[in-house]
Design a protein around this ligand. Structure first.
Ligand SMILES: [Zn+2]
Length: 165
């Protein structure tokens, strides 16, 4: 099968940029600080534009400072990004993780890159706290309702992360 082994292969991903919710978010935030959430009745808030990604405040602020680092380019797997973009994307994530750690002093950070529901590269960086719902287990628990931030809380959290970027 002929294909570019280094490039993104949307046919294999089963999703192209045209119908990808995260591509829509990246496009909407190019010149805006917030946009409609693609699947929830909520807003997506931008924390920062980074060289290979956009950092967004996570929808569930049960974990204060939870952030998504969404690749600017539609790609499904890390190895689909070419160099130096893949390394830059990793560096973007490290920069945000360090800022979250400095801003909130969590006991641990969790880093996840899954893409089962939305196959567009996005790191989840979860700060974990001693008093969070289950500090020694992964965060994913479908029985626990998400806690979207109220606007004032979102603004304070975003400002705290930005101060350390
Ligand atoms: Zn996409």
């Amino acid at each position: 099968m002929a294909h570019d082994a280094r490039g993104a292969r949307p046919a294999e991903a089963g999703l192209t940029g045209a119908d990808c919710p995260l591509c829509r978010v990246v496009a909407a935030l190019r010149d805006a600080e917030m946009c409609a959430h693609p699947t929830e009745d909520a807003l997506v808030r931008k924390i920062a534009d980074l060289p290979a990604s956009v950092a967004l405040l996570g929808y569930d602020q049960t974990y204060r400072g939870y952030t998504l680092i969404v690749a600017r380019r539609h790609a499904t797997e890390l190895f689909h990004l070419r160099e130096p973009e893949s390394t830059q994307y990793f560096q973007d994530m490290l920069r945000v993780a360090r800022a979250i750690a400095n801003a909130f002093q969590p006991r641990k950070l969790n880093y996840e890159l899954l893409g089962n529901a939305v196959p567009h590269l996005h790191w989840h960086v979860f700060p974990r706290y001693a008093d969070d719902p289950d500090p020694r287990r992964p965060v994913w628990n479908p029985t626990r309702p998400a806690r979207p931030p109220v606007p004032e809380e979102a603004a304070v959290t975003i400002a705290a992360i930005r101060r350390h970027l």
